[in-house]
Design a protein around this ligand. Structure first.
Ligand SMILES: NC(=O)C1=CN([C@@H]2O[C@H](COP(=O)(O)OP(=O)(O)OC[C@H]3O[C@@H](n4cnc5c(N)ncnc54)[C@H](OP(=O)(O)O)[C@@H]3O)[C@@H](O)[C@H]2O)C=CC1
Ligand SMILES: CC(=O)N[C@@H](CCC(=O)OP(=O)(O)O)C(=O)O
Length: 349
C-alpha cells in the first residue's frame, strides 16, 4: 500500500469497458482511499476513458486511457486488481497476476473461484480449470456470511448477482435451522438486462426485451449449485426471469417452516442488525429502492395456511450484485471501514 496522504491504494480494472467495470469506476469516483491507475479493454485500447464513457468527464478518472492488458505492469504497480471478465477468461489472468505478485489483492467478478472445489466448477461450467492450485488462496466474497475469511485471502471470488440476493434472503433462517429441508426451497428471481453484460446479442436488443417478460434457464441455471453450496443445501429450485429494466434483481423465495411469522421477522432483524448493507424491511422492497446502491433489502413473512415462509429480496445486480460488493470486499481486504465510498442511496425515481 502507498503513503497515508491522499489515496492509499492503487487499483487496476481489467475489462473496464463492460457494465460492471463502468459501475465500479462510478463507485470509485467517491472512494477517498483508492486511485484507479489502469483500465484495460481490447476493443477500446488506446482510447480515452471519456471518449467511451463521456459521463466520466470531470471525474477523478477523466485522464485515464484504455490500455491493453499487461500482467507485469499491473501486478507490479498495483495493490488491488478488479477482474471484470467473463467466466473462463478470468482464471488464466488471475493465475498470471498472482504468480507475478502473490501480495496482490485480486477481486474476481467471474465464477471461476466461487466454488469450494474446482471439480464442482468444472461440472457446472463445462470447462477444465487450469488454476486449481489457487483455490486455497481464494474465498467467496459475500461479506455478510464470510467476512473473516475474506480478511485472510488474496483472491476474492465476488458472488453471482442472483446468489447474492437469494443467499442473503435465506441465510438467517438456514443458520437458525428454521428451514424444513424435507420440502423444496423455491427461488424465483427477476433481473434487469444489465445482468447479461454489455456485449451485443440478439436476445438482449431493445425490441426483444422491451414490453415483455420471460423465464430462462428453466431446466437448470449455473447459479443454482452456487446457491446450494453456500447454504449447505442439497438443492434449490431456482428460476431466473428477464424483465425490461436496466438494473435490479427481485427474488421471491419460499420455504417450509414451523416458525411463526413474528418469530421469523424478529430473527431476520436481529441477524442483520449490525450489517449496514442489509436492510430488513417492514414491507416488500422494490428494485428502485436499491438501484445504484450496495443495499440488499429484505422482507420476510409467513403464510400459516400453507406453512410457507416468503422472503422478498431486492438488490441492484451491478451494485450489491457485483461492483458495490467488490468495493465492499476491497474495503475489507485493505482494512478500510467497510462502508467507505458506498454510503449511497437510490435515485428511487
Ligand atoms: N452484469 C452483472 O449484473 C453481473 C456480472 N457479473 C460478472 O462480472 C463479470 C463482468 O460482467 P459484465 O461487466 O456484465 O460483462 P460485460 O460483457 O459488460 O463486460 C466484460 C468485459 O470483459 C472484456 N472481455 C470479454 N471477453 C474477454 C476475454 N475473453 N478476454 C479478455 N477480456 C474480455 C470486454 O472488454 P473488451 O472486449 O473491451 O476487452 C468486456 O467489456 C462477468 O464474469 C459476469 O458474469 C457478476 C455479477 C453481476
Ligand atoms: C440477466 C442475465 O443474463 N443474468 C446472468 C447472470 C449474471 C451474473 O451475475 O452472474 P455471473 O456473475 O455468475 O455471470 C445470467 O443469467 O447468466
Amino acid at each position: 500500500m502507498q503513503g497515508t496522504s491522499g489515496p492509499s491504494v492503487k487499483a487496476a480494472i481489467i475489462g473496464a469497458s463492460g457494465y460492471t467495470g463502468a459501475e465500479l469506476l462510478r463507485l470509485l469516483t467517491l472512494h477517498p482511499l483508492v486511485s484507479v491507475v489502469t483500465v484495460t479493454s481490447r476493443q477500446f485500447e488506446g482510447k480515452k476513458l471519456t471518449d467511451v464513457f463521456p459521463h466520466f468527464l470531470k471525474s477523478p478518472f477523466s485522464e485515464l486511457q484504455f490500455e491493453p492488458y499487461n500482467s507485469e505492469k499491473i501486478a507490479k504497480n498495483c495493490d488491488v486488481v478488479f477482474c471484470c471478465l467473463p467466466h473462463k477468461a478470468s482464471f488464466p489472468i488471475v493465475k498470471e497476476l498472482y504468480t507475478i505478485n502473490p501480495e496482490l489483492k485480486i477481486i474476481d467478478f467471474s465464477a471461476d473461484f466461487r466454488f469450494k472445489d474446482p471439480k464442482t466448477y468444472e461440472e457446472v461450467y463445462g470447462v477444465e480449470h487450469s488454476a486449481k492450485e489457487l483455490f486455497g488462496k481464494a474465498t467467496y466474497g459475500l461479506p455478510e456470511i464470510n467476512r473473516e475469511e475474506i480478511k485472510r485471502k488474496s483472491i476474492i471470488a465476488n458472488p453471482g448477482c442472483y446468489p447474492t440476493s437469494i443467499i442473503l434472503g435465506l441465510y438467517p433462517a438456514r443458520v437458525k435451522g428454521l428451514i424444513d429441508t424435507s420440502f423444496p426451497i423455491i427461488a424465483d428471481s427477476k433481473s434487469g438486462v444489465t445482468g447479461a453484460g454489455r456485449k451485443a446479442s440478439l436476445s438482449f436488443t431493445f425490441c426483444e426485451v422491451n414490453e415483455s417478460f420471460k423465464a430462462y434457464g428453466v431446466e437448470g441455471h449455473r447459479h443454482a449449485p452456487e446457491i446450494a453450496e453456500k447454504l449447505n443445501l442439497p438443492a434449490v429450485r431456482f428460476t431466473p426471469h428477464l424483465v425490461p429494466m436496466n438494473r435490479g434483481i427481485l427474488s421471491t423465495i419460499y420455504f417450509k417452516t414451523e416458525a411463526k411469522k413474528e418469530e421469523l421477522q424478529e430473527i431476520y432483524r436481529e441477524f442483520y442488525k449490525d450489517e449496514y448493507f442489509v436492510r430488513v424491511r417492514n414491507s416488500p422492497p422494490s428494485t428502485s429502492d436499491v438501484a445504484g446502491t450496495n443495499f440488499c433489502d429484505i422482507y420476510v413473512t409467513k403464510e400459516e395456511s400453507t406453512g410457507l415462509a416468503v422472503v422478498i429480496s431486492a438488490i441492484d445486480n451491478i451494485g450489491k450484485g457485483a461492483s458495490g460488493q467488490a468495493v465492499q470486499n476491497m474495503n475489507i481486504v485493505c482494512g478500510f471501514p467497510e462502508t467507505t465510498g458506498l454510503e449511497l442511496f437510490s435515485n428511487w425515481i
